[in-house]
Design a protein around this ligand. Structure first.
Ligand SMILES: [Zn+2]
Length: 248
């Protein structure tokens, strides 16, 4: 059910809620009313699958992007690192064998994973409507390139998120977001104003010279896909994760 892929040379994983009816099944977030012991257990399981620790975020719809590098080794113990209070984390694994993976949790917002071609510098970004409109994707790409050079080849994948046919918003909000992200302008399948955030993200990343061929929308709309968590479909839902690990 989970989707595995390679981004540059970096292995990535997009989890799913899976079949069943429980709102919190396979939930990976600590702030949605789930039993913390269950969440920590699932996170530890994810670390075992990846064979390394995972950095988690306390996401706040900000545009803050942090960098974790070899100087942070030993800052945490065990499989679960963080949480870092930000909405994007870059892991610079150069000269850091066994560097951790990094995860973003979502249910309708966009999980965006980034990697340099060599897979040695990776990032996970939480791009909801506010973060995306505020420029968090541009910020994350800038942080990657500040580490690896302005000409660094960057690959991105946009994981499953709510689509433009489903993400209804007031007319005024659609107009506001479309001023900076024209591709976000959309209409729901029932004819009202909406936002197409995956399209807006693709447009922004392409404009930054992120390899467009490598920007792959995997999976379908969260709201229309019962095996994925969707806040718009079920406000009591859990969160799935997008996780990316460095290539070493
Ligand atoms: Zn949809």
């Amino acid at each position: 059910m989970d989707t595995r892929l390679l981004l540059g040379a970096a292995p990535a994983l997009l989890t799913a809620a899976g079949p069943g009816g429980g709102s919190l099944r396979a939930n990976l977030a600590l702030n949605v009313g789930d039993d913390p012991a269950l969440v920590h257990g699932r996170r530890a399981g994810l670390s075992r699958r990846l064979g390394r620790a995972v950095v988690w975020m306390a996401q706040t719809h900000s545009t803050r992007v942090d960098v974790v590098s070899g100087s942070d080794a030993g800052r945490w113990e065990g499989p679960e690192w963080g949480p870092l209070e930000c909405d994007g984390v870059v892991v610079d694994a150069r000269d850091w064998p066994g560097a951790p993976a990094v995860a973003v949790v979502v249910a309708d917002c966009l999980p965006v994973l980034l990697a340099t071609a060599d897979g040695m510098t990776v990032a996970a970004v939480h791009a909801g409507r506010r973060g995306l409109a505020g420029g968090i994707l541009t910020e994350a790409v800038a942080r990657l390139r500040s580490l690896r050079g302005e000409s660094a080849e960057v690959h991105a994948v946009i994981g499953p998120a709510i689509c433009g046919r489903c993400y209804e918003v007031p007319d005024s909000l659609r107009a506001e977001v479309a001023r900076t992200h024209p591709a976000a302008w959309a209409t729901t399948s029932w004819g009202t104003a909406s936002l197409d955030l995956p399209a807006a993200a693709r447009e922004e990343l392409a404009g930054l010279g992120v390899d467009v061929r490598a920007v792959r929308a995997v999976g379908a709309c969260t709201r229309e896909t019962p095996v994925l968590h969707s806040y718009r479909r079920d406000p009591a839902c859990g969160r799935q994760a997008g996780v990316i690990a460095p290539a070493r």
